[in-house]
Design a binder for this molecule. Structure first.
Ligand code: FPP
Length: 237
């Protein structure tokens, strides 16, 4: 018997650079093709009723890439957001960014704020983009926030801590998918993924199809989730 649809799916979209190199193309061509695959996966998430889709688009570590690649990625994001804003609205997608946005170029910050504002009441799917994001950095920023609020140690619990994270109000991530054959989390949703199921595939992100995304969901549905308990725990609401 198959389990339910995961409420929250996270995706580490890896392998754009290798996809381009294999074809003798500049890395940016891999990112452009990757952005198309992101659109396919968003479409599939909408179709099957996933509540939250989190895409890892730019990590803290990615700031160390050559300046040219960083600025092209930023341009791509800006372009994508300005071009797709109406489409997001039309499809009922609420857009949200997690990460240290203070490091992002000002114009990118502005487009993000607009997209978040205009789509805030949409409710079919929450599309979270992890940008300038690192799980450890997110946890540190949450701790700083809590200290600034003057909370006493005995007042701190998981619920309070979660409300200080960038993902406040979102459900924990049920399934994390990583493409390109790497089998690690690379600082993605460290707190939120404590009980996530993991799906790894050799497919490079620019080749990751809607069909493979649906296959990953089916694979997830066949798993028993015990959360440390003995009997499987139902995740269906
Ligand atoms: C990892 O591949 C991918 C990235 C660092 C960027 C991901 C960005 C996109 C898919 C485009 C924009 C996204 C949206 C949501 C519009 P890599 O460059 O690390 O590949 P490699 O490991 O083969 O070098």
């Amino acid at each position: 018997m198959l389990g339910g649809i995961p409420r929250h799916v996270g995706v580490i979209m890896d392998g754009n650079g290798r996809w381009a190199s294999l074809r003798g193309l500049p890395r940016v061509e891999g990112h452009k093709r990757g952005a198309e695959r992101a659109k396919d996966v968003i479409e599939a998430a909408l179709e099957i009723g996933i509540e939250v889709l989190t895409l890892y688009a730019f990590s803290m570590e990615n700031w160390q890439r050559p300046r040219q690649e960083v600025s092209t990625l930023m341009e791509l994001l800006k372009l994508y957001l300005s071009k797709e804003l109406l489409e997001l609205l039309h499809k009922g997608i609420s857009f949200r960014v997690i990460g240290d946005r203070s490091r992002l170029p000002e114009e990118v910050q502005k487009v993000i704020e607009e997209a978040e504002k205009y789509t805030s009441s949409a409710s079919r799917l929450t599309l979270v983009t992890a940008l300038s994001y690192g799980g450890r950095d997110e946890i540190l920023r949450a701790i700083r926030k809590i200290i600034k609020q003057g909370l006493r140690p005995e007042e701190l619990n998981e619920e309070v801590f979660e409300s200080a994270l960038d993902t406040a109000g979102l459900p924990p991530v049920d399934l994390i998918i990583r493409t390109s054959g790497e089998k690690r989390l690379s600082n993605f949703l460290l707190w939120q993924g404590a009980y996530s199921e993991l799906y790894f595939t050799e497919t490079l992100w620019p080749d990751f199809t809607k069909e493979e995304f649906l296959y990953a969901i089916q694979d997830y549905q066949r798993r028993e989730r015990r959360f440390g308990a003995i009997m499987p725990i139902s995740t269906e609401s």
